[in-house]
Design a protein around this ligand. Structure first.
Ligand code: UD1
Length: 470
């Protein structure tokens, strides 16, 4: 049998230049093989928050001087956002986890559709570009296929601030009409739902507007607070970020900044579940424990202990796994971005659980894949009824979205035998070097090229492929 070539620790194409607007990240066509039931131990370093970094990169467009961002994770989404900024005329340079952004000379030229269509957060550039230039053209966004995900709240908020907005051929055209000042005007905006992206778009737009803007029913997510802190560090006047009412007093211009991004609470939560599902004790840092309150509460209900060690480190101590019910909600409720990972955990817990997804309407597609691994989950509307099973079994599965791919990795870590996961481009959008981090904890995991898949799947059905020594 031909030995498949192992691509170790290369989740994304790091050779891609952030200032190269022509080349897109090549979609990773490899698959992940995981041999389950290895116990994990040790410490894992948590990367910077993807959703903060993406919004803050957009926020850097507000600043006509140099910005240095630190703790920026290595992710395909970050590369794509960098390419979108490049297309707007921004200069970017990456050194390790630092990203230097020079948005002195930006143009209204529209962000390329091929990029925006793959990354919902790229739409958030509409706020800062409109605030700075008085005109912006951005294609309607893409991102994970987890529901309709419209941008009506972004658009209505910009209109309330005086922008004229129309959508033509899939492109949102926005401009500030009038005498040539090209300044948005402060407004009172009420969001029908506390959308993270709309809160961020409108908060950024308001920093350079004339007068005061109030965003009511604003999102309270830590990433919104991080973006507000970044804008404040550049001289913006923002109060109330982290509550449901944010007040922004516009200023004429912003200045240069050196800013460090908060740790990724979803990556941290995913590793906490990895400890619980494999009955392993692991620690992780840096984290902001308060950002994980709902996740920690649910882990404790399920039977694991989560211990704070100092101000920015958590240790998970496993216990027996019991069923519990979960409903996803805007922050500080249980995050929708942790729903799939907890479904994998509850699939292995004793008893029946109900998971209710209230944030997105089509975010239960991982159920079918988890069931392929022996889980017993039924979907009724936006509820998943999870009957715990004593054992999951490895199977070939396909990741359907970013957090679904994490759920499959977690299920595979707990399953008997080998799991092969396809669709890694989802995983690489949001997890910085996940297999290296898991391997360091003792997981038996490797990435192999797609052309080894057929062979891999055949070998798997005969269950003859040995786990690699790690
Ligand atoms: C952000 C996060 C995503 C997370 C989500 C909810 C980023 C890059 N992504 O996504 O990981 O899952 O928050 O915590 O930060 N909606 C509207 N109209 C709008 C905007 C949103 O109806 O104009 C709806 C959406 O369809 C969805 C709900 O509001 O049902 C929440 O979406 P939103 O909070 O905006 O999520 P994103 O900002 O896209």
């Amino acid at each position: 049998m031909r030995i498949p070539l192992i691509l170790e620790d290369r989740p994304i194409n790091h050779s891609l230049s952030l200032i190269d607007t022509q080349s897109l990240p090549e979609e990773d066509k490899s698959v992940l093989q995981i041999w389950g039931r290895a116990s994990l131990q040790g410490h894992v370093k948590i990367s910077g928050a993807k959703n903060s970094a993406l919004a803050i990169m957009a926020g850097a467009l507000l600043c006509p001087e140099d910005c240095r961002l630190r703790n920026v994770p290595s992710l395909v989404d970050i590369l794509r956002m960098g390419q979108i900024l490049s297309a707007l005329g921004v200069k970017l340079e990456r050194n390790g986890d630092a990203l230097d952004i020079d948005a002195r000379h930006i143009g209204e030229s529209k962000a390329p559709y091929e990029l925006v269509s793959q990354l919902r957060a790229s739409f958030f550039v509409i706020g800062p570009v409109l605030a700075r230039l008085g005109v912006a053209r951005v294609p309607l966004p893409g991102g994970c296929a987890i529901g309709a995900r419209p941008v009506d709240l972004h658009v209505r908020g910009l209109q309330a601030m005086g922008a004229q907005v129309h959508i033509e051929h899939g492109i949102v055209h926005a401009y500030v009409p009038g005498d040539g000042s090209k300044k948005l005007k402060g407004a009172k905006i009420y969001l029908d739902c506390p959308s993270v992206g709309a809160t961020e778009t409108l908060m950024m737009a308001a920093t350079l507007a004339e007068g005061e803007t109030t965003i009511e029913n604003a999102a309270q997510e830590p990433e919104v607070v991080d973006l507000a802190n970044f804008c404040k560090a550049m001289g913006a006047k923002i109060r109330g970020a982290g509550t449901n009412t944010i007040i922004i007093s516009g200023v004429p211009s912003l200045h240069s900044v050196d800013y460090s991004i908060i740790p990724d609470r979803i990556e941290a939560g995913t590793f906490l579940v990895a400890g619980a599902i494999t009955h392993s004790e692991i620690s992780l840092s840096p984290v902001v424990p308060e950002h994980l309150t709902a996740v920690i509460a649910k882990l404790q209900e399920i039977g694991a202990k989560v211990i704070a060690e100092g101000s920015n480190c958590l240790r998970i101590v496993p216990g027996g796994l019991r069923a519990t019910d979960i409903e996803t909600l805007p922050y500080p409720g249980f995050p929708t971005d942790m729903q799939a990972q907890f479904m994998a955990l509850l699939a292995r817990s004793e008893g029946d659980s109900v998971i209710t997804e209230t944030v997105f309407e089509n975010r239960l597609r991982h159920v079918a894949e988890l069931n392929r691994m022996g889980a017993d989950i039924r979907v009724k509307g936006n509820n998943a009824i999870v009957r715990g099973v004593p054992l999951l079994s490895g199977a070939p599965v396909v990741a359907t979205d970013l957090r679904a791919s994490a759920a499959l990795v977690l299920a595979a870590l707990a399953a008997e035998g080998k799991t092969t996961i396809q669709g890694l481009h989802h995983l690489d959008r949001g997890y910085d070097n996940i297999e290296a981090k898991l391997r360091q904890l003792g997981a038996k995991i490797q990435r192999v090229p797609e052309d080894a898949v057929e062979e891999t799947f055949t070998a798997q059905s005969q269950n003859t492929t040995p786990a690699p020594s790690v």
